[in-house]
Design a protein. Structure first.
Length: 149
């Protein structure tokens, strides 16, 4: 785990929808928790089981290299991700996004806000963007607001 200062430094450059190539490094309890992803930053990434297919055999395995986009980040010092590859998304993914985050297309490209306490219902939480600051933004890319398709 990184310190608060490092987490703040990393967060300053993150934007919703920002895409990173990452490697799945851990699938601790397939079908239950989610997958941990190394995206090349000092903080780790995590894809919640909520976004992954219902069939465990369709989840990305350890060692899988794929594109992932930023969905959320909060005080947990972990970047919450969604897979860009539709093979690794649940079948009703678009409906779920519409339900939990209907403004997602307009959020894409916005800076991730300063840390707030971890929300009780992570997918539905969203606060406004933080002010612009020095960024790692130029090192990554943002897809169109079409959910990586």
């Amino acid at each position: 785990m990184v310190g608060d200062a490092e987490w703040a430094r990393v967060r300053r450059g993150l934007r919703f929808g920002q895409v990173f190539e990452g490697t799945v490094v851990l699938v601790p309890r397939p079908g239950t928790v989610g997958v941990f992803v190394d995206i090349g930053l000092s903080v780790g990434g995590f894809v919640d089981a909520l976004w992954l297919p219902g069939e465990i055999e369709d989840w990305p395995a350890e060692g899988t290299v794929a594109d992932f986009k930023i969905w959320w980040a909060d005080s947990r010092q972990q970047i919450r991700l969604m897979p860009c590859d539709s093979r690794y998304l649940r079948n009703d993914f678009a409906a779920l996004v519409e339900r939990f985050r209907p403004n997602w297309p307009s959020d894409v490209g916005q800076l991730v806000p300063d840390p707030e306490p971890a929300p009780p219902d992570e997918p539905s939480a969203l606060v406004g963007p933080s002010p612009p600051s020095e960024s790692i933004w130029a090192q990554t890319r943002v897809p169109d607001a079409d959910l990586c398709h």
